[in-house]
Design a protein around this ligand. Structure first.
Ligand code: SAH
Length: 235
């Protein structure tokens, strides 16, 4: 009996020390329960969510909650979105393998990693320098090679790489930034939370067909605000 208890504790302990096995199981149940169990049906999206190690993108203190059904703090007053929202926004973009994608609000880099598995190239912009630099290092060390991270205000998009087949804004804006509309390719899709700061915003899908824009409100969401000034200025 003693031996059995010891073996059990020993193997659990090793698993926890190594982390991976335990995290992989947690990730699979996150996908089964929170995503496939709701309305995430695109198998490519579910696979990407099974692959990207979300716990590596959250601060160490929060790792035990990395796969729980919620947003988590990532420092600088910012958050990594709830897994369901990441998957839902990704699914809505209906990415094709050859697509070039722009993300505004790199944060931890988690969403960019998910997008990178479903597209040719991801361009992502983060306004908080410390977050942007950390995300760039993290993505590189994890081996995501088709992601370019830029530190700056994403309001103006990334003109030299435009147009984009898909644009995702992961901060809540009061209005649709015109430069982002201008950088959407023909047939392109953009997903962006729009609404008043401090209030509930509407996750909005913008599509461009034959030069015309169509707007669809998908669901109410809460997001950290889209800001306009570089926060590191004056430090
Ligand atoms: N996609 C991120 C979470 C983003 S939280 C992830 O997967 O972890 C929203 C991020 O948008 C924050 O890091 C915030 O600093 C950034 N942000 C806010 N306004 C911005 C702007 N104008 N340009 C670029 N990034 C911005």
């Amino acid at each position: 009996m003693k031996a059995l208890v010891f073996t059990l504790f020993f193997s659990l302990g090793t698993q926890m020390m190594l982390g991976q096995g335990n995290y992989r199981e947690q990730r699979n149940s996150m996908v089964d329960q929170q995503l496939a169990g709701r309305d995430i049906f695109q198998s490519k999206v579910l696979k990407a969510m099974r692959d990207v190690p979300r716990h590596v993108f959250v601060p160490e203190d929060y790792r035990p909650w990395a796969y729980s059904d919620q947003a988590l703090p990532i420092g600088e007053g910012q958050t990594i979105s709830q897994p369901y929202i990441v998957a839902y926004m990704t699914q809505t973009l209906r990415l094709q393998p050859e697509d070039r994608v722009l993300e505004i609000g790199t944060g931890s880099g988690y969403q960019a990693a998910v997008l990178s598995l479903l597209s040719r190239q991801v361009y992502t912009i983060e306004i908080v320098e410390s977050l942007g630099l950390a995300a760039r290092d993290r993505l590189k060390s994890l081996g995501y090679h088709n992601i370019a991270v830029h530190v700056g205000d994403g309001y103006n998009g990334w003109p030299s790489q435009a147009p984009f087949d898909a644009i995702m804004v992961t901060a809540g804006a009061e209005q649709l930034p015109q430069p982002l509309m201008d950088q959407l390719a023909e047939g392109g899709r953009m997903i962006i939370p729009i609404g008043p700061h401090g209030g509930v915003r509407q996750l909005t899908l913008v599509t461009k067909k034959k030069g015309k824009f169509k707007f669809e409100k998908l669901m109410p969401v809460r997001f950290v605000p889209f800001v306009r000034k570089t926060k590191t200025q004056g430090r």
